[in-house]
Design a binder for this molecule. Structure first.
Ligand code: ARG
Length: 467
């Protein structure tokens, strides 16, 4: 197989001991420039910080450092202007940037790599990129939490059925259900914040693996790149990808949460449920069935968890069993993480849009809340409170009444007092007050309960926290 790359003598960056260039297939499997060009801004920022530090330490002349700093900005504008020609022969973003820099500034460009290696370079570039993604996830989650808060506020006391096993359980409030997601996405946010805090140490200056004999100042580069401190062990610095694994793990849990609400939207928007109407912006029609309005965005969000989780498992599989320190296996960290991050950001934005635009069917929710004997627990609790029955006996009496109503094809409040008294003589007309769904939700005032007073408190707490 012949290819211009193969016939070229050897790599300009490390070709000293090589007589021949790589096979074309080797180039195809080895090169990462096709995807790691996404790290260009981080790569240039890292190199600028490194060059400034080398000059401050007297390792590089001020004039060389100045030429490098300016040359790197030229490279940056070439890339951002779409004028940069990425070369596969130059393997990755690090060699592409350095090679172009040397074309632009000459000799000085060749001095940039003093006291560092691509191993610490890629570690710092990728860490900076993942750190940005944590920030993006945090602000995406805050937007999503605000969308759920707005829904909760609009219907803090609207009644809907609460489910266990997807069977009607007890009436709850719409506001309470929306706020459940605020809690979930708040935990996701704290996971990204936590991961960001832990990853915020700078591996630059670990060099290939052992550190360097040049008198570098790692605290200076760490500070210049917004890190809290340099990493403390050079071997760990170049072999660690925990920051990406933590990001992916947090992303997986977050995507799982997105998929759960996506599934609820699919169910709730169906003709059988009619709990919500999704806006035209987030649905599609059918080419054959004119009545259709399909919840495609929700369905896609439900499934996209698979990509994020897949990326997480893939990177764990890459890292598992790798001896210290850097191994080329680790180049496989990027595509997975890029895809997972893109998927997550798209998912957060789409869910925020769907939640903001959806319209809850207040009447439909209430009607559904009243069906399925949803206040049976309220009846049992009343028997305990009003008649002093042990809860187990109250449960049994209520079960008998439910069976009676079911047989008659009616709901619990439709039973007559006489029918009720035939099961337990002590039941009085007072019982009917607890069989209404509004009373039911209002009564659940325990901390964290579904009562509107508690929901309103939680909404206020979260609004203040997000302000
Ligand atoms: N492209 C490589 C990666 O993404 C950069 C580090 C290469 N280091 C090396 N010694 N070959 O991991």
């Amino acid at each position: 197989m012949t290819d211009p790359v193969q016939t070229q003598a050897a790599n300009a960056m490390w070709g000293g001991r090589f007589a021949e260039g790589p096979d074309a297939i080797m180039t195809a499997i080895n090169a990462s420039i096709g995807f790691d060009q996404r790290l260009y801004a981080q790569d240039i920022a890292g190199s600028r910080a490194h060059a400034a530090m080398l000059a401050a330490q007297g390792i590089l002349s001020d004039s060389d450092a100045k030429a490098i700093g300016e040359g790197l900005l030229t490279v940056l504008s070439e890339i951002e202007g779409g004028k940069f020609v990425f070369s596969t022969a130059l393997e990755d973003i690090h060699l592409n940037v350095e090679s172009r820099l040397t074309e632009i500034v000459g000799e000085a460009g060749k001095r940039l790599h003093t006291g560092r290696s691509r191993n610490d370079q890629v570690a710092v570039d990728f860490r900076l990129w993942v750190r940005d993604q944590c920030d993006a996830a945090i602000s995406g989650l805050e937007a999503l939490m605000r969308a759920f808060l707005a829904q909760a506020e609009a219907g803090a006391d609207w009644v809907m059925p609460g489910f266990t096993h997807l069977q009607t359980a007890q009436p709850v409030t719409w506001g309470h259900h929306m706020m459940a997601y605020v809690e979930m996405f708040a935990r996701d946010r704290s996971r990204f914040q936590d991961a960001r805090r832990r990853m915020n140490e700078c591996p630059l200056g670990a060099a290939a693996l052992a550190g360097t004999s040049f008198p570098i100042d790692r605290h200076m580069t760490a500070a210049a790149l917004g890190f809290d401190r340099p990493t403390a062990n050079s071997l760990d610095s170049v072999s660690d990808r925990d920051f990406a694994l933590e990001f992916l793990s947090a992303a997986s849990i977050c995507a799982m949460h997105l998929s759960r609400f996506a599934e609820e939207l699919v169910i709730w928007s169906s003709a059988q449920f009619r709990f919500v109407r999704l806006s035209d912006k987030w649905t599609t029609g059918s080419s054959i069935m004119p009545q259709k309005k399909n919840p495609d965005a929700a369905e896609l969000l439900r499934s996209k968890l698979g990509r994020v989780l897949g990326a997480t498992v893939a990177l764990f599989t890459v890292m598992k069993g790798l001896a210290l320190t850097y191994s080329k296996d680790m180049q496989e960290d990027k595509e997975q993480t890029f895809d997972a991050a893109d998927t997550l950001m798209l998912g957060l934005a789409a869910m925020t849009g769907m939640v903001s635009d959806m319209a809850a069917n207040r009447e439909g929710l209430k009607a559904a809340a009243a069906s399925g004997f949803s206040t049976a627990t309220d009846l049992a609790d009343w028997l305990v409170r009003a008649l002093g029955l042990p809860f187990r006996d109250a449960h049994h009496v209520t079960g008998t009444l439910v069976a009676m109503a079911e047989k008659a094809g009616i709901d619990l409040p439709d039973l007559t007092l006489e029918q009720m008294q035939s099961v337990h003589a002590g039941i009085s007309a007072e019982v009917f007050a607890v069989l209404g769904v509004e009373n039911s939700v209002r009564s659940r005032t325990s901390y964290g309960g579904t009562s509107p007073v508690r929901v309103v408190e939680q909404i206020a707490r979260w609004k203040a926290a997000l302000a």
